[in-house]
Design a protein around this ligand. Structure first.
Ligand code: F6P
Length: 544
């Protein structure tokens, strides 16, 4: 049991000893703190000195990670062990970006030839679309890509297309439809011409209801205009692990890009799920992103615990989550292009570590995954930062910034970065009541204008938001999540928690659609809401 380990108990005792210390005092006592608590790896610089830690804290956290055999867990993942035990699968997203060509085996079979063959088929299609060689059914080049997928089959490519817009071919628009809300499909396609539109139906299972509903709507939308079933072959491709379902849907296997059950949905951006991104930024940039992922993978696999960036981030998260009682963790990219990064990390982190049953099948007796949230700076500063600065909750935060912008408005960029740095400084050191009073503020207002400080932050700085940097950044967080799952002794690669709602929605849909008044046997609240919706729905239809 985790909480019975002597390393855990030592950390709990250490927390009692140092939790009252203020970052002001820690910086005063250790003038070399910025150099001491900083790391560089795979093109990323991490300053973690503005955390409520001492050298002893880090020693104890690292000792704790070693005591739970983190090294063994890392080796098991990289060597293809079936670490996703509840689904009996290996977890090998690292193979998707293994740029060394060295073999990685699943059940004795090297998966690299297949991985590379799919990458090369993706490159071929991406090049044909970008060059205008791939023509639609009416003979015109494809100019619009619509990715239909949800969760891991949507968030990664959508986030990355936005992040790397500066590297994309602006003659091709790449859009995303994910929600079963018809408004999503309607809005994303209202100005499109089916003749120059290609749909990518992206679904690991090819059974997800939202995706299949949108895919059927897309096919009908396309055929309404093109009026020939043969058009499907020129306007639809599929990305999936399930060839049978793809063919049943009516997409030729020749237009299918495979991936494998050892790739988790939320870890699939480097697989064929990245196809819309590759079309947008081109194969070379996509490969460069894989290089960035791989550089961080190698750092993670090969670096000792105390110098390992994903491990350090994970341990700091555990420090606040399990000892300070922090409930959430903010991701604050100072880059508009990373506007979807917090949402992407929500799935990566919360679907992975939002678990309460341990590997022994019993309820855990400690906190697991935090609530991940965030928005880009500086926007958030004018919205929710008030609570981080002066609220009653402790919210550890990651600030992410880039030294060179992907545009030439450098005046903007200096201001952006000045704000990032100012926020981490203000959060750490605050402003004392004496300092406020010295500004001539009335006694009545002094408490309101005082900033307690002592709010912990990490700062991640990279040179530029490039495909390579983005790859390193995503891999950093993927491995952070992995490490936390190992320490919390939970299974990070399944997601049983999404099943119940799916099942109940199927039952309720039948009741909502039934012509005869259904016999409802839910709780009284759900029954009443279903009746109300049915009554309204009928009323709406009769007036249309
Ligand atoms: O419902 C959750 C989930 O299974 C995610 O884990 C996954 O990324 C998403 O649905 C989409 O699944 P698929 O790619 O199979 O359509």
């Amino acid at each position: 049991m985790l909480t019975e380990m002597q390393e855990w108990k030592a950390l709990a005792k250490h927390y009692d000893e140092i939790s009252a210390l203020h970052l002001r005092d820690l910086f005063k006592a250790e003038p070399d703190r910025a150099g001491r608590f900083a790391l560089e790896a795979a093109g990323l610089f991490l300053d973690y000195s503005k955390n409520r830690i001492t050298g002893v804290t880090m020693e104890k956290l690292v000792g704790f990670a070693e005591a739970v055999n983190l090294r063994g867990a890392i080796d098991a993942m990289f060597s293809g062990g079936r670490i996703n035990e509840t689904e009996n699968r290996p977890v090998l997203h690292v193979a998707l970006r293994n740029r060394t060509g060295s073999p990685i085996t699943v059940d004795g079979q090297d998966v690299m030839p297949e991985v590379n063959s799919v990458l090369s088929r993706m490159s071929d299609l991406a090049q044909k679309i970008r060059s205008g060689e791939w023509r639609g059914y009416c003979g015109v080049p494809i100019r619009n890509i619509v990715n239909i997928g949800i969760g891991g089959s949507h968030l990664g490519p959508a986030m990355a297309c936005e992040a790397l817009k500066a590297f994309s071919n602006r003659d091709i628009s790449v859009r995303f439809v994910s929600n079963v809300d018809g408004a999503d499909f309607v809005e994303q396609t209202h100005d499109l011409n089916p003749a120059d539109t290609l749909f990518i139906i992206a679904s690991k299972t090819f059974t997800t209801d939202e995706t299949m509903t949108n895919a059927r709507t897309a096919r009908a939308w396309c055929l309404r205009a093109l009026a020939d079933e043969r058009a499907v072959a020129r306007h639809f491709v599929a990305v999936s692990t399930n060839a049978q379902k793809v063919v049943e849907f009516g997409i030729d296997e020749a237009n299918m890009f495979r991936f494998w059950d050892w790739v988790g949905g939320r870890y699939s951006l480097c697989s064929a799920i990245g196809l819309p991104l590759m079309i947008a930024i081109g194969p070379d940039n996509f490969m460069s992103m894989l290089d960035g992922f791989h550089a961080m993978d190698r750092h993670f696999a090969e670096t000792e615990t105390g110098q390992n960036m994903p491990v350090i981030l994970a341990l700091l998260g555990i420090w606040y989550n399990n000892f300070f009682g922090a409930q959430s963790h903010a991701i604050l990219p100072y880059a508009q292009a990373l506007s979807r990064f917090p949402a992407y990390l929500q799935q990566a982190d919360m679907e992975s570590n939002g678990k309460s049953i341990g590997r022994d099948g019993k309820k855990v007796g400690w906190q697991t995954g935090p609530i991940i949230w965030g928005e880009p700076g500086t926007n958030g500063q004018h919205a929710f930062y008030q609570l981080i600065h002066q609220g009653t909750k402790l919210i550890p935060a990651d600030f992410i910034g880039f030294c060179r912008p992907n545009h030439d408005l450098t005046v903007h960029h200096d201001k952006l970065i000045a704000n990032l740095l100012a926020q981490t400084e203000a959060l750490a050191f605050g402003k004392t009541s004496e300092e406020v009073a010295a500004d001539g503020v009335s006694d009545r207002l002094v408490p309101y204008k005082t900033f307690e400080g002592n709010r912990p932050t990490n700062t991640i700085l990279a040179e530029q938001l490039s495909p390579r940097t983005l790859g390193s950044l995503i891999a950093l967080y993927e491995h952070k999540v992995f490490v936390q799952g190992v320490v919390w002794n939970i299974y990070s690669f399944d997601q049983w928690g999404v099943e119940l709602g799916k099942k109940l929605a199927g039952r309720i849909l039948d009741e909502i659609e039934s012509d005869a008044e259904p016999e409802l046997s839910h709780d009284s609240s759900t029954n009443e809401l279903i009746r109300r919706y049915r009554a309204r729905k009928r009323w709406d239809q009769s007036t249309v």
